[in-house]
Design a protein. Structure first.
Length: 452
């Protein structure tokens, strides 16, 4: 029997999680060298290394018997808890009626793109998750490349939006940002808002990393600055290390009753409601408690210590630049100063660079520029500094909080040795690249001399 796949599905870009799995299977074949039995240095997967917070785990166990379907928009207790959570942490008054629960923010962003007519503006570099959705829905879209500071330029946004004649334009703002780890401050959000108000741009503000912001007082939600035009999405996946729970939520803009009804139709059509026990477990994650507050503080601190280390080590490699992360567990490394060496070694694309780094002797997995919606020839890469045992690091951090610079470095070395060694491998790769080229050049000079 031959099955015919719908053309629309064949046409979509491979989503990043599948792409990474396929890539690692294909290129990280079992290495015959005994010293490589550790597998690989994993800078590719964007997953929090910590344990799911205990209150959430316990609440899930207690809710195992709850077998009834939940209401389409989510259980009332959870929507109330999220409303209070937003008031407490993000200073936003979001009535529970504006909050909808979904199976992860990825699905909710897809649902929003389904109900919102219009052309999508996608700033780049970007999390790869957005593009397959936009393509699948056959939406018009335009990239908005960021400049050297890797943030949206309000004037570029304005110029682009003025060229678009669609009745509605939708900006996907990802703050804090995957892959750069950067955050937008109040003024930057206000400048973007001015353009959005002038040109009536709707914003989907993906704030899934908000709670991981190292200096939490610096995080500002777009939902606060542009409340009438912003859909804020967030969830359990990153800040609560519970991507596998599949629970996210969206806060609708103020005054959007008709839209909420349309949205409910979509949710009811596609998934009825999120699993009831998971919704009950999530309440414990969003309730304001000392235990959750400690969890957020400790995990943020560890992300910061390892992020600072990764950043400092990477930029100390000759010619390598990087964004200095302020949130998330990523940074964007820029290897473009090696373009000519890479090209001479027949590495013409970021995909090929990722392939060259994953094979022996380097065994280092990164996410290349093409998976970040950059040009294929842009040798930038996302480095996710999460390849360590988060539960162990958490315990060690609590027992002895590293304060001085050298204590922090010691903390990274003893708790995240694969991060330390993976960065060394990146350095070795670029050293080898330079040295091999030098050797080749010398050989060809010698050959010429011999021939003449
Ligand atoms: C920027 C960004 N948005 C959304 C998601 C998906 O989150 P969820 O697990 O809630 O679907 C991710 C996951 O990697 C992400 O990096």
């Amino acid at each position: 029997m031959k099955f015919i796949v719908d053309q629309q599905v064949e046409d979509i870009e491979m989503p990043e999680n599948l792409k990474l799995n396929t890539f690692l299977q294909e290129f990280h074949s079992n290495c015959p060298h005994p010293e490589c039995s550790f597998g690989f240095y994993g800078f590719a997967f964007g997953q929090s290394p910590f344990a799911v917070p205990k209150p959430v785990q316990n609440a899930l166990i207690d809710s195992a018997g709850k077998g009834a379907y939940a209401p389409v928009s989510g259980i009332t207790e959870l929507r109330n808890a999220i409303s209070k959570y937003h008031k407490h942490y993000f200073h936003i008054d979001a009535a529970p009626e504006r909050i909808y629960i979904g199976p992860g923010t990825k699905e909710l962003i897809f649902n929003l793109l389904e109900i919102l007519h219009g052309t999508v503006i996608l700033p780049t570099p970007a999390w790869l998750g957005y593009l397959p959705q936009i393509r699948f829905l056959k939406k018009n879209y335009h990239m908005l490349p960021t400049r050297a500071n890797r943030k949206i330029s309000p004037s570029d946004l304005r110029k682009l939006a003025l060229r678009l004649h669609d009745r509605q334009k939708i900006l996907i703002l990802n703050n804090p940002n995957n892959p750069t780890g950067l955050i937008y401050d109040q003024l930057e959000l206000e400048e973007i808002t001015d353009v959005c108000r002038e040109l009536e741009i709707t914003v989907i503000s993906d704030e899934i990393y908000a709670q991981t912001t190292f200096d939490f007082s610096k995080f500002v939600s777009m939902g606060k600055v542009y409340p009438e035009g912003t859909f804020v999405t967030n969830g359990l996946s990153k800040s609560h290390a519970a991507g596998g729970y599949r629970l996210g939520y969206v806060i609708f803009p103020q005054h959007s009753p008709e839209l909420k009804l349309q949205f409910k139709k979509i949710l009811a059509t596609e998934y009825t409601a999120v699993s009831t026990p998971i919704q009950h477990a999530a309440i414990a994650g969003f309730e304001i408690s000392n235990e959750m507050e400690e969890y957020f503080q400790v995990t943020r601190k560890i992300h910061q210590i390892i992020g600072d280390y990764t950043y400092n080590e990477l930029i100390s490699i000759d010619g390598v630049k990087a964004t200095k992360p302020e949130s998330t567990f990523y940074l964007l490394a820029d290897f473009n100063s090696y373009s000519s060496e890479l090209q001479k070694a027949k590495i013409f694309t970021s995909q090929k660079l990722s392939e060259s780094l994953i094979v022996h002797p380097y065994h280092t997995a990164i996410v290349g520029g093409d998976s970040l919606v950059l040009e294929r020839t842009d040798f930038s890469a996302r480095i996710a500094y999460v390849d360590y045992d988060g539960s162990k690091a958490y315990q060690n951090y609590i027992q002895h909080k590293p304060k001085t610079h050298s204590e922090k470095i010691e903390f990274v070395k003893s708790n995240a040795p694969k991060v330390v060694n993976g960065i060394k491998m990146i350095e070795r790769f670029f050293n080898d690249l330079k040295n091999d080229l030098l050797k080749n050049e010398n050989n060809s000079k010698n050959n010429l001399r011999l021939a003449s």
